[in-house]
Design a protein. Structure first.
Lengths: 111, 111
């Protein structure tokens, strides 16, 4: 299994749709996980941190399944402004300082 | 305002001509890191630094050097740039129990 692997996408959804991305990781010792959002040619920005089974912030829900070693990101009621690349980030080597980024999943929300 | 500042933002140069990309943060963060982002490969960590005078290799350190003489600065040095180092580079910093803050990115083209 690759260190961090994401759904390849791209995802094209209409406004208002619910969309989910999955990410699998290989390091079973990882304790915390992150979803970042990156707009085209811009810097990544933290969307959500996941430390236990999951986290919810408004329309966004992140879930962690340690047994299967995957995390998911669910976006409800998609907005045009949600169009971006979503990056799954997993610490490697048991440290929160050496991070491995997934290749990202491109989401386009259409009017 | 909390910032990670990279310079230059854009640079076109030639093979073999030494260059330095500067990175400065004003948040008194101990941790700083450099990444490169390439199409199809995602963000890959080059070097990171846990504190002043403490640096360590990331996943793709070959061809790069860094230094951390003071907490706020973490320059990335390409002693003899080659075309395969053409990429989008991001610097990031992080405080304890905080997410990474990324700079705006530096787009390097090595001809």
């Amino acid at each position: 299994r690759k260190e961090v692997e994401q759904d390849p996408g791209p995802f094209n959804v209409p406004e208002g749709a619910t969309v989910a991305f999955n990410c699998t990781y290989s390091n079973s010792a990882s304790q915390s996980f992150f979803w970042y959002r990156q707009d085209c040619r811009k810097e990544p920005k933290l969307l959500m941190s996941v430390y236990s089974s999951g986290n919810e912030d408004g329309r966004f829900t992140a879930q962690l399944n340690r047994a299967s070693q995957y995390i998911s990101l669910l976006i409800r009621d998609s907005k045009l402004s949600d169009s971006a690349t979503y990056l799954c980030v997993v610490p490697s080597g048991g440290s929160n300082y050496k991070l491995t980024f997934g290749k990202g999943t491109l989401l386009t929300v259409n009017p | 305002e909390a910032q990670v500042t990279q310079n230059p933002r854009y640079l076109i140069t030639v093979t073999g001509k030494k260059l330095t990309v500067t990175c400065s943060q004003n948040m008194n963060h101990e941790y700083m890191s450099w990444y490169r982002q390439d199409p199809g490969l995602g963000l890959r960590q080059i070097y990171y630094s846990m504190n002043v005078e403490v640096t360590d290799k990331g996943d793709v350190p070959e061809g790069y050097k860094v230094s951390r003489k003071e907490k706020r600065n973490f320059p990335l040095i390409l002693e003899s740039p080659s075309p395969n180092q053409t990429s989008l580079y991001f610097c990031a910093s992080k405080g304890a129990n905080q997410p990474q803050h990324f700079g705006d990115g530096t787009r390097l083209s090595i001809l």
